[in-house]
Design a protein around this ligand. Structure first.
Ligand code: SF4
Length: 511
């Protein structure tokens, strides 16, 4: 087994005494981040991709100027678990391999290189990867030239364990060395000892120069920060992705321009707590409102949005900027509340109170009245009583988000909350999950009905998966809109008069 270098610099966890007292660790409110996580019932592919999603863009290899003799012609099958940050990473690695002449296949049986981009946020996703790796052992024995790679959060967190348990895996690449995937693969093909494990926690994370190869022509992800400086006690992200590092404005603009040249109409900026973008670069030189202004001026770019917002980090300037740049910047934010009880929020070390969350929502709606808010909620966190849960429900009622992801708490290994009792019984977690989800559904239905009669500007994604005779797209506030039309509308904007609503989507006809 060959190790690159492993110099952990994970952020300090709060002490048990701090947790028990509900005292956040000293640096819990430092600038930065937001994670996806735990157990989602919702399958909105945009906010939380389905597990085990296969990367399947243009299957043709694009042997370009950087084609590499040891990579060109390789048939790759890439499976992505987890959130959109992982999707972006997959697209980035796919772009990088594409540049070197690799192509992508949908059938894993045809692949010469199988890559799992992994997620550590949920135990279920980890188990699925372990299951799939185990199932590949016989094939690897039959065909030693067939390569297996594991990348992403599990690789970062469990790289050594994976190497020991599955010694037939060829390459393990952590979250901070993804831009080196091509060189590492070349080393494997040159005969480096395997598993080649690259999980160094580099402080100088690079974003790479490659423009991601995307599945969607009109929509692109663009990562602007990596890592997280927060210490929410349930979350594994600070330990798998390290401290926050921002990408320079010029680099982001350059990638945005290349994406627009490639036909992209909408860019979604990604960051764990995107509101703290630029803090490590000097806040006067780089910050989210400034970045939005710069992107607003990119010719040909029609829409920009961003996720994920941390309630404690959102500033009034952001709401003003969103309102002022509303012709391009979508009035939509994803700002997880996670809980409505101050006691639970303290144990989660979220860094804000219920009252503060409400203040932030009120300010956002005052300065950017058209804004819609999506949220996340965790039910059944350590010590959550019936009264605590009732406060989550009442906060949901007060905020009335457009949509919410509701997660049942489950302990993640290596997180500070692992040292707290997981003391809410599973049946109660399930029941709270049901109650909160149904309340959100009702709110979403009421809010969507308010859109009937309104003309929405929709970026058309293409034919609906369930009814090819209808088109699917997103409104400016990120609502799903269905209407009748042909495939020629894919990637274009349409004005749609809303005639019907469900909790999940709107229907309409071209205005
Ligand atoms: S630590 Fe908190 S802010 Fe950071 S990614 Fe996790 S949940 Fe989000």
């Amino acid at each position: 087994m060959k190790h690159e270098k492993n110099a952990p610099n994970s952020p300090a966890a709060p002490t048990l005494a701090q947790l028990a007292a509900g005292t956040p660790p000293p640096n819990a409110f430092d600038p930065v981040a937001e994670a996806r996580g735990l157990e989602t019932p919702d399958k909105d592919p945009d906010l939380c991709g389905p597990e085990g999603e296969v990367y399947a863009p243009d299957p043709l290899a694009l042997a370009g100027a950087r084609a590499h003799p040891l990579i060109a012609g390789t048939a790759v099958h890439l499976v992505t678990f987890g959130c959109q940050m992982n999707k972006y990473d997959s697209e980035m690695v796919a772009g990088l391999l594409n540049e070197r002449g690799a192509g992508f296949v949908e059938d894993p049986a045809e692949a010469q290189l199988l890559i799992f981009n992994t997620c550590s946020v949920r135990g279920h996703a980890e188990d699925r990867v372990y299951g799939r790796l185990g199932a590949l052992k016989a094939r690897k024995r039959r065909d030693p030239g067939f390569l297996i790679a594991v990348m992403g959060c599990m690789a970062q967190k469990e790289g050594e364990h994976i190497a020991k348990r599955f010694p037939f895996v060829d390459l393990i690449v952590g979250t901070r060395q993804l831009h080196e995937f091509g060189q590492l693969l070349t080393r494997v093909r040159e005969g480096a000892k395997t598993p080649l494990v690259a999980i160094e926690e580099k402080p100088d994370v690079q974003f790479g120069e490659t423009v991601a190869r995307r599945e969607s022509k009109e929509l692109a992800y663009l990562t602007v920060t990596r890592g997280c400086n927060k210490r929410c006690t349930y979350c594994v992200v600070p330990y798998t992705r390290g401290p926050e590092v921002s990408r320079p404005v010029a680099e982001i603009l350059s990638e945005a321009r290349r994406l627009v040249d490639d036909g992209v109409a909408e860019i979604m900026l990604l960051g764990q707590t995107i509101d703290t973008y630029g803090y490590d670069l000097g806040r006067d030189k780089a910050n989210l409102p400034l970045l939005l202004k710069e992107l607003h001026d990119v010719k040909g770019l029609e829409r920009v949005r961003f996720i994920t917002s941390h309630p404690e980090e959102c500033q009034a300037d952001l709401w003003r900027t969103m309102h002022d740049l509303g012709d391009k910047v979508m009035p939509f934010i994803h700002m997880p509340a996670q809980a409505g009880s101050d006691a639970v929020l303290r144990r989660m070390a979220r860094g804000y109170t219920r009252a503060r969350y409400l203040e932030v929502v009120a300010e956002a709606r005052k300065l950017c009245p058209e804004i819609e808010i999506a949220s996340d909620w965790i039910v059944g966190f350590s010590g959550e009583s019936d009264a605590d849960f009732a406060q989550s429900l009442s906060l949901l009622d007060e905020v009335r988000p457009q949509s919410s992801y509701v997660f049942k708490y489950s302990v993640r290994e290596g997180t500070p909350a692992q040292r707290l009792p997981d003391d809410v019984p599973e049946d109660i977690k399930k029941e709270r999950h049901r109650v909160l989800s149904e309340r959100q559904e009702q709110i979403a239905l009421e809010k969507n009905r308010e859109r009937i009669g309104v003309v929405e500007r929709v970026l058309v994604q293409g034919p609906s998966k369930t009814d090819p005779g209808r088109l699917t797209g997103r409104s400016r506030t990120h609502r799903l809109v269905h209407f009748a039309g042909g495939p020629e509308w894919a990637g274009r904007f349409a004005d749609v008069k809303i005639t019907g609503a469900t909790a999940l989507s709107l229907t309409g006809e071209r205005a």
